[in-house]
Each structure stands twice: as structure tokens, then as C-alpha cells.
Design a protein around this ligand. Structure first.
Ligand SMILES: [Mg+2]
Length: 121
């Protein structure tokens, strides 16, 4: 059996996102929902590009360890861009992301999924 990755650390997510949104609100007063969406599309492509650049397993090689650590930072940064933009859309439209997550969790639990996370048709 393959080892499953640890669940993400979500401690402090709400407070960090609140601070991020306060910054975004003051830094981008003329942002629009559609503009945030377009930016989100770009960030998704950037994440995909990083996934494609995944470095080789270090297997004790120091240079590859450094490369892997740098890649993980770039991945975290891209994921942060995506989360922040999704929250920015929610803030602009006065939407409750947590309520949406709870609703989608219940909907998804009732659906039939393949083991790789894709939906059955
Ligand atoms: Mg980015």
C-alpha cells in the first residue's frame, strides 16, 4: 500500500485569509469579479506548469534536495495565489465560502466517484 500524503495544515487559514483580504481590498479597490476570475485562470495554468516541472526524487542527492525544496515553495505560492483569488471573488460578491464547502462536501459524499477522484459519468 502506498503512503498517503498528510492532510494540509489548515491551522490559521481563516485568520490568514482575513488578513490577505484586508490587504487585497485596500490594494485593489478597482478589482472586479471577472478580473479576479481571469487572474485565477492564469494562476491555475501556473500551477499546472509547476506540477509538470516536478523535480526528480532526491534519493539523498543534496542538489536534488534543494531543487525539491524550491519546487515545494513554488507550489505553495501558486496554491496560495489560487486560494486568495477564490476568496477575493467570494469577498467581492459577499459569498460564504465555508458554507459552500460544507454544501459541496455533502453533495460530493452522495456522488459516485472513481478511486482516482474523477466522477463516474
Ligand atoms: Mg502565481
Amino acid at each position: 500500500m502506498t503512503e498517503r500524503p498528510a492532510l494540509p495544515n489548515t491551522v490559521g487559514l481563516a485568520g490568514t485569509m482575513r488578513e490577505f483580504m484586508e490587504w487585497a481590498r485596500s490594494e485593489f479597490p478597482e478589482a472586479t469579479t471577472l478580473g479576479c476570475h481571469r487572474h485565477l485562470e492564469e494562476e491555475l495554468l501556473e500551477l499546472g506548469a509547476e506540477i509538470m516541472r516536478r523535480p526528480k526524487e532526491p534519493n539523498g542527492d543534496e542538489a536534488l534536495e534543494l531543487e525539491a525544496a524550491a519546487w515545494r515553495i513554488r507550489m505553495e505560492n501558486e496554491l496560495a495565489d489560487i486560494l486568495a483569488l477564490a476568496y477575493h471573488v467570494a469577498m467581492r460578491e459577499d459569498l460564504d465560502v465555508v458554507r459552500g464547502l460544507r454544501r459541496k462536501l455533502e453533495i460530493n459524499k452522495r456522488r459516485t466517484w472513481r478511486r482516482d477522484g474523477t466522477r463516474e459519468k
